[in-house]
Design a protein. Structure first.
Length: 211
């Protein structure tokens, strides 16, 4: 009697998944093709527009209040939940896939926007003395949030162990300009069932060889 072959276990990290937002929509459409090839665990605060019977959703609560506080909580909570599952539940993932810079040390990261370029474009209008005093609390919140997000992005992009998936040619060009990254995987490859699964299986194999 042949033993049932264990599917590679994939962890997907994203604050939310739905079909209304850029990289989240791309990830969701791609994930819908993978359940027959992978055992998929989603770490997220909100999941919509997908059949959760085919996935395991590890729901992370969302904090009310300023976006920055929830973002900091989310960064800590998803890392804690994955570590908890690994050490206490024996749930070891073959590959960790992150939507944006949501997890330091992810194996693969989908990049919809290069935050360094976005901040460069908007920072000229964020000076305190360029805006009414009543807007200062909101501007300070944005500056702090952008600072944390920029730091997370840089940490992820300079880590050569993380494969970057650019969602457009523009994104790929910005990754090259800001971080000297020239990864060749793109979102069109991942959205094809065979191409996406093959790329991930190759990443799983490379990771196993490196351990």
């Amino acid at each position: 009697m042949n033993a049932v072959k264990q599917k590679p276990r994939l962890a997907v990290i994203s604050p939310f998944l739905d079909k209304r937002h850029g990289s989240e929509r791309i990830m969701l459409e791609w994930l819908l093709h993978l359940p027959q090839d992978f055992e998929i665990h989603i770490y997220s605060q909100r999941v919509e527009d997908m059949d959760l019977l085919k996935f395991t959703w590890h729901r992370i609560p969302k904090l009310p209040g300023p976006h920055l506080l929830n973002f900091l909580w989310w960064l800590a909570a998803n890392r804690f939940c994955i570590a908890w599952d690994r050490h206490l539940r024996g749930l070891r993932h073959d590959l960790v896939f992150s939507s944006g810079a949501n997890s330091i040390g992810a194996d693969v990261m989908c990049v919809h926007i290069v935050f360094a370029e976005y901040v460069r474009q908007v920072q000229s209008g964020m000076g305190l003395f360029q805006n009414p005093v009543r807007q200062w609390p909101r501007l300070l919140h944005r500056k702090l949030y952008y600072g944390v997000a920029n730091w997370m992005e840089r940490r992820a992009c300079i880590d050569r162990r993380t494969t970057l998936v650019g969602c457009s040619r523009k994104t790929a060009q910005e990754l090259s300009r800001f971080y000297n990254r020239h990864d060749r995987i793109n979102s069109r490859t991942l959205r094809r069932r065979r191409g996406g699964a093959a790329r991930l299986r190759l990443s799983v194999g490379n990771r196993a060889d490196a351990q």
